[in-house]
Design a protein. Structure first.
Length: 143
């Protein structure tokens, strides 16, 4: 599923607030259905926060982690799952730990509209796999 390469898509204009809310709602719908508590951050292509929502009782650490996952996905033009997989693969992936802003934990995915990166979603609050499922639901809502 994952690849080691960054998205070939160019950066585009920022995701709108309306679309950011739509992406967040889809992600949180999956979380609610599974009784997971999550924090969701939507950033623009430059990694600046556009929209943020945290469910009641979400672990406090998830607040900042969701923002950092989203920033990482936007700035590096790739899913944080790809970075996690690279790190899991061995010593070559260890270099990424020296990259400022790298978050090698699943849950951050670039958001693409009209073949341009318009931002990214970052989710934290459950396991990495669950964070990734919710993030993907958000991505799918933008399509």
């Amino acid at each position: 599923m994952s690849t080691q390469f960054a998205s070939p898509n160019e950066y585009g204009p920022s995701i709108s607030l309306e679309d950011a809310k739509k992406v967040t709602a889809a992600a949180l719908s999956v979380a609610r259905k599974n009784n997971w508590t999550m924090a969701v951050a939507i950033v623009d292509p430059g990694g600046y926060l556009v929209y943020y929502e945290k469910m009641d009782h979400t672990q406090l650490g998830g607040a900042n982690i969701s923002v950092e996952k989203a920033r990482c996905a936007a700035l590096f033009k790739r899913s944080t799952r790809i970075m996690q997989d690279m790190l899991d693969s061995g010593s070559a992936g260890l270099r990424m730990l020296a990259l400022p802003g790298a978050v090698p934990v699943e849950g951050g995915i670039p958001l693409i509209s009209e073949d341009k990166i318009v931002g990214a979603i970052g989710i934290s609050g459950s396991s990495s796999a669950n964070d990734g499922l919710c993030a993907q639901a958000g991505v799918d809502a933008l399509k």
